[in-house]
Design a protein around this ligand. Structure first.
Ligand code: NDP
Ligand code: GDR
Length: 478
């Protein structure tokens, strides 16, 4: 669709042409607004009127027993109104997309609105000023090599962002998730370490990002019992360092903190929301609770647009293999592909509200783009046990489990082959377990318009299939 066609509408045609093209104008208008995902403020009865024009074009008004003259008049009136609304809406869009001194020419139809500029309108519609809307937004994503980093990077790139990926230096570059999503080559990588204040300060001073997403963390709860000091330094002090750097450089930087449902501690079976008190039960959760409060504090003290997403467990084929869901699907897939192994697990009765990471990064982005910063629970509202997950994944891979024994002696064999599939290993129990976590995301639903798209069954099947395909391709599972 060329802008030249669309500009014909801006310029306006003779009534005769309007009569001939009423329907087309409406289609063009719809196309243009859909293409940029932005609904300009046409008059409320715009769509009804356009429908009327269509109906007339199709001769359906013949039955109205209106005489030809009044029908023609009505038609001209409606089409004129449609075009006036369209002109106004187009001008609104153009006004947001072009610099002030060029607007007159656009309004007079002497200048095209380049389509690439229209992408900036979405940002403008979210309340940014013209200068910001014109520029491509810069996002700095810490933890870019992790599961959420990959999905978020994809989403931001699709939204036209310049994405800076902050990753710590390692002897082996580990970007398989970004490769898997086909986005690695579009990311500008920067070395970043949560423990190094000066490293962060220099980086943010140089980049001057519009948005900072702090996803980096020592994220494995079990490891936090082994490395509590490191976990606190990275997951608690790391957040404070980053907030302090942003505050010092530009309090206008929008900040997102990856808070966690672990902060609740699983002491209540009720659905948890933003008002539920925290009761952290691991060094990881203690550190995350500090990071969460620090984020709220910087918002309240310095007026920063700092939001914290209290995300419940979210999984995907890109989840690390140490987490229980991916451990289950990857080991079962390897067994299905013939590997001589068994699935060793800890507490099968732990219950979680498991969602899909691809859905959850959408909530993260909505929080950062919202007019007002706040805290939001992100969850599905559906709870299942580790045992439920094992059964569902096994079924997806064609195993039928026969359970026997109890406690650490519990086992599951495949009914058809008699093969041992699951056994319990005390190694995977935790010093303090979080028994149950169910989220109530009604605030996110209400205020951000967010809702998960993938349910538990969809998630398990997606992960099991992805791991089976990987195992059958002979590649080593990451
Ligand atoms: P991952 O473990 O997949 O990713 C975390 C990333 O942080 C990794 O890329 C890791 O780098 C990086 N990182 C760790 N330590 C440091 C450090 N000292 N300096 C710089 N980078 C570091 O986690 P997820 O993607 O699953 O989660 C993203 C965030 O969301 C985390 O903060 C997590 O705690 C939080 N969260 C996650 C939930 C979930 O269910 N996934 C739920 C609630 C919160 P490297 O690749 O080198 O190890
Ligand atoms: P969690 O995720 O601790 O909830 O933290 P994980 O998948 O590690 O554990 C979930 C539950 O499963 C039980 N479990 C096992 N866990 C693992 N890893 N391995 C096992 O063999 C096993 N057997 C049973 C655990 O005891 C636990 O109850 C995740 C992380 O992504 C955090 O970063 C995030 O903040 C929270 O989710 C919300």
């Amino acid at each position: 669709m060329s802008t030249t066609n669309f500009d014909r509408i801006v310029e306006g045609d003779s009534h005769a042409e309007l009569l001939a093209h009423g329907g087309m104008y409406h289609d063009l208008f719809k196309f243009q607004t859909n293409a940029i995902g932005f609904a300009p403020q046409a008059s409320p009865d715009f769509h009804d009127q356009a429908q009327d024009v269509r109906a007339m074009d199709q001769g359906r008004h013949e039955r109205d027993q209106v005489n030809t003259t009044s029908r023609q008049e009505k038609r001209v009136r409606i089409v004129t109104k449609v075009v006036r609304d369209t002109r106004y809406a187009t001008f609104q869009m153009a006004a947001l997309a072009v610099p002030r001194d060029e607007r007159k020419a656009v309004w007079c139809g002497q200048k095209d609105v380049p389509l690439r500029r229209l992408a900036a309108i979405r940002a403008a519609a979210n309340g940014q000023d013209d200068r910001q809307a014109m520029a491509k937004k810069k996002a700095l994503v810490t933890g870019i090599l992790g599961q959420d980093g990959a999905y978020l990077a994809k989403r931001l790139l699709e939204g036209g962002y310049e994405v800076y990926g902050a990753a710590r230096r390692s002897s082996s570059w580990n970007s398989w998730r970004l490769r898997d999503l086909g986005v690695e080559q579009h990311i500008k990588f920067e070395y970043f370490e949560l423990l190094e204040y000066e490293n962060m300060r220099r980086l943010i001073d140089r980049l001057r990002p519009d948005e900072v997403y702090n996803l980096a963390a020592q994220s494995f709860v079990a490891s936090s019992f082994e490395q509590p000091l490191y976990t606190a330094d990275a997951d608690a002090m790391g957040v404070l360092r980053l907030l302090e750097v942003c505050r010092g450089i530009d309090t206008g930087i929008r900040f997102y903190q990856a808070s966690s449902s672990e902060m609740y501690g699983g002491v209540s079976p009720a659905a948890l929301n933003e008002n539920t008190p925290f009761h952290p039960r691991s060094p990881y959760a203690v550190a995350k609770t500090f990071g969460h409060h620090a984020t709220v504090n910087y918002r309240e003290s310095y007026g920063m647009h700092a939001s914290a997403g209290i995300l419940f467990n979210h999984e995907s084929p890109l989840r690390g293999r140490e987490f229980v869901t991916r451990k289950i699907t990857s080991v079962l897939a390897e067994m299905k592909a013939g590997a001589p192994t068994t699935l060793q697990l800890g507490n099968l009765e732990a219950k979680r509200d498991w969602g899909f990471a691809g859905d959850y990064v959408e909530a993260i982005h909505l929080m950062v783009r919202a007019d007002k910063a706040d805290d939001y629970v992100v969850a599905t509202g559906q709870i299942c046990s580790v045992r439920d997950f094992v059964i569902a994944a096994a079924a997806a891979l064609g195993f039928e489990l026969d359970w026997s024994g109890s406690g650490v002696d519990e086992k599951a064999h495949d009914r058809k082959t008699g093969k041992l599939i699951v056994e319990i290993s005390p190694e995977f129990f935790r010093p303090a377990e979080v028994h149950t976590l169910l989220g109530d995301a009604s605030k996110a639903r209400r205020e951000l318009g967010w809702a998960p798209k993938v349910d538990f069954e969809g998630l398990v099947t997606m992960m099991a299939r992805a791991d089976y395909d990987r195992a059958m391709s002979g590649k080593q599972l990451m």
